[in-house]
Design a protein around this ligand. Structure first.
Ligand code: CTP
Length: 207
């Protein structure tokens, strides 16, 4: 690897399909080319707080994220050095004790609801993407995922959505769409957009 890695930010509301967009793009390249860093893994460590208190954290507010650590890691990767990426446990609402050592790659995709919210992160990105999916589709996806994968109940997902996720989306997530170079409707099923992204990435890599 000789050139500076390409940094791509993929934002969008909860359940918009950021993960599937990122996966679809990654599948066009080899495992050695693309590194995905999830902003969720950089939620602030809450191990010192009791579980009940962690339940009350607003996970959709910019202050919930340890962007200082994320930025430090992106800069380290840009300097072609490995980092110890934290691992997040959604069931316990905090970082797990383990970390994953990740090596720098040619393309670094930063993915998260508020990844376009911090100017310092925007400054590190070459391409900014916003995955734009209707709110009804997003809440249905989130409901199914949180119950199946994150150990939540229907009532807790609905309550969190109405009281926290929706207002925070309108206040902080949606406004970052203005910073996007590309807005992708329908997430990972938008094959035209994925093809265009893959072509653009390949063009940069060929330079
Ligand atoms: N979250 C939560 N509990 C935590 C930490 C985070 O419920 N302890 C929720 C936040 O409310 C936030 C969401 O996790 O809205 C962020 O993840 P989301 O964007 O929904 O998932 P991704 O798989 O990254 O994205 P997508 O659904 O777009 O693929």
């Amino acid at each position: 690897m000789s050139n500076k890695p390409v940094v791509i930010g993929v934002a969008g509301g909860s359940g918009s399909g950021k993960t599937s967009v990122t996966r679809s793009i990654s599948q066009r390249f080899t495992d050695k080319t693309i590194l995905v860093i999830e902003q969720d893994y950089y939620y602030k460590d809450q191990a010192h707080l009791p579980y009940e208190e962690r339940l009350n954290t607003n996970y959709d507010h910019p202050l919930a994220f340890d962007n200082d650590l994320l930025i430090e890691h992106v800069k380290t990767l840009l300097a072609q050095k490995p980092v110890n990426k934290p691992v997040y446990d959604y069931t316990r609402h905090t970082r797990s004790e383990e970390v994953v050592r990740v090596e720098p790659k040619d393309v670094i995709i930063l993915e998260g609801i508020l990844i376009l919210e911090d100017q310092r992160l925007l400054d590190l990105m070459d391409i900014k993407v916003f995955v734009d999916t209707d709110a009804d589709v997003r809440i249905i996806r989130r409901l199914l995922r949180d119950i199946k994968e994150r150990g939540r109940t229907i009532d807790s997902v609905i309550d969190q959505y109405i009281n926290v996720v929706r207002p925070m989306h309108l206040q902080f997530v949606e406004p970052t769409k203005r910073y996007a170079d590309i807005i992708i409707p329908e997430g990972g099923q938008n094959h035209v957009a994925i093809d265009l992204m893959a072509t653009k990435i390949q063009t940069i890599l060929n330079r």
